[in-house]
Design a protein around this ligand. Structure first.
Ligand SMILES: Cc1cc2nc3c(=O)[nH]c(=O)nc-3n(C[C@H](O)[C@H](O)[C@H](O)COP(=O)(O)OP(=O)(O)OC[C@H]3O[C@@H](n4cnc5c(N)ncnc54)[C@H](O)[C@@H]3O)c2cc1C
Length: 386
């Protein structure tokens, strides 16, 4: 076993760390204050990411991407996690499900997304179908040789910026032993397609400036060319491409927790009360000890799950464990960091109250903590016939 990073990996980490510190941190307060990323800053981040050679670094070189391994990409996400999500969104990492593009879809969607010319968003969740994705009510039916989509998606991140959307829709249902089971198909839908509108979503406590939107489909006609993957093959493309995205949530949680920890550690060393640094009190040093232990544990869980993916080993349970543990760790670490700062920890002069708010959504999106536990439990018990 080798627990160290290669020289190349160390370079990836230091390059992205410097990018986040120089190009993301300076704009964070403005985004927090206004709840918006100005267009010129968004353009700048995208351009500099392209110049750095890291735009679409999660895509293979064969399609023009950076060709990073899962482990290297986890290191990138870990460093990006230190910065505001609203801003790092423009350090583009398109949905890798676009690798399912075929024929002319490659030139219309995959290549422009990888080049940073068109942005994508992914839409599965509906008001009545969250964790239980298969229960979705958004449907596509056949009419005069075309698909006609009707229904609503909500909570869709990045939809304000997206030029096109990868939308999962029910295209039929089968009678099974366990009752009716919906068949799902993925579609590529361009912004501006008649019958398709994008509107403002809800105000969220987490990630200001990274809004979630609502998508409405009202007799939206699409040709067969817009099907991504196979008709009724939505779960196949989802399972092939999307399950690893939970690792990015874990990696970002580790990066953000480490930034919060570093602030707390320095404060514990500098802040004096009762004639000594507060870090000399066990009541402060012990939480710091717990924080770093849990951050390191989450880091290793995340990197080892990424390593398993690179080795072609089964990693579903390990990814679920990393997502579960890292996001729950982030909540504890940001809370403890605020406690170490006392009252100032809650003030928006420091980024801690933001990290604390932002941490909340990480246990919900990309599969809630309960769903991750469900995946882990199923993986353990199924081989035993339970
Ligand atoms: C800010 C934000 C951005 C998002 N961005 C996107 C996006 O870009 N695209 C997209 O498609 N979706 C997105 N989502 C949706 C997100 O993935 C869902 O919110 C998540 O999957 C949970 O669904 P739900 O909110 O409907 O909760 P529900 O599924 O209704 O769950 C409610 C509660 O019940 C629990 N629960 C449900 N089923 C089980 C079970 N079997 N066992 C135990 N407990 C269970 C859940 O864990 C949760 O605690 C986003 C959500 C948020 C909040």
């Amino acid at each position: 076993m080798n627990f160290g990073l290669s020289n190349e990996q160390e370079m990836i980490v230091s390059t992205i760390r410097a990018f986040v510190e120089n190009e993301i941190y300076p704009h964070e307060n403005e985004v927090e204050r206004t709840g918006h990323v100005p267009d010129n800053i968004a353009r700048d981040i995208r351009r500099k990411t392209i110049e750095l050679g890291f735009y679409a670094c999660n895509f293979p070189e064969s399609v023009g991407g950076g060709g990073l391994s899962h482990l290297d990409f986890a290191l990138v996400e870990r460093e990006l996690g230190r910065g505001s999500m609203a801003l790092t969104h423009f350090f583009g990492r398109p949905q890798n499900i676009l690798m399912a593009c075929r024929g002319e879809q490659i030139e219309r969607y995959l290549h422009p997304a990888v080049r940073g010319e068109r942005m994508d968003a992914l839409a599965m969740t509906e008001p009545d179908a969250g964790s239980d994705i298969r229960s979705m009510n958004c449907t596509a039916s056949r009419h005069n040789g075309e698909w006609v989509i009707n229904g609503t998606k909500h909570f869709i991140s990045g939809a304000d910026q997206a030029d096109f959307f990868i939308v999962f829709v029910a295209t039929g249902q089968d009678e099974t032993e366990k009752g009716l089971k919906k068949r799902i198909t993925a579609f590529l839908v361009d912004r501006g397609t008649p019958g398709f509108t994008v509107r403002d979503g809800y105000q969220s406590v987490s990630h200001r400036g990274y809004p979630n939107m609502v998508l409405d489909f009202d007799d939206c006609h699409l040709p067969d060319a817009q099907v991504l993957g196979e008709v009724d093959g939505g779960f196949a493309v989802m399972n092939e491409w999307l399950y690893a995205t939970r690792l990015t949530v874990a990696a970002m949680a580790v990066g953000r927790a480490r930034r919060a920890f570093e602030l707390a550690l320095n404060h514990a060393a500098e802040r004096r009360q009762f004639g000594q640094p507060i870090g000399r009190f066990q009541g402060i040093a012990f939480p710091l000890a717990d924080m770093i232990t849990e951050i390191d544990a989450a880091d290793w869980l995340t990197l080892s799950a990424a390593w398993r993916l690179d080795q072609g080993l089964p990693a579903n349970r390990e990814i679920a464990s990393a997502k579960l543990y890292a996001t729950e760790m982030l909540a504890k670490v940001t809370d403890a960091a605020i406690q170490i700062f006392g009252g100032m920890g809650l003030m928006s002069d420091l980024p801690l109250e933001r990290f604390w708010r932002d941490a909340r959504v990480e246990r919900i999106w990309d599969g809630t903590s309960e769903i991750q536990r469900h995946i882990i439990g199923r993986d353990l018990l199924r081989p035993l016939g339970a």
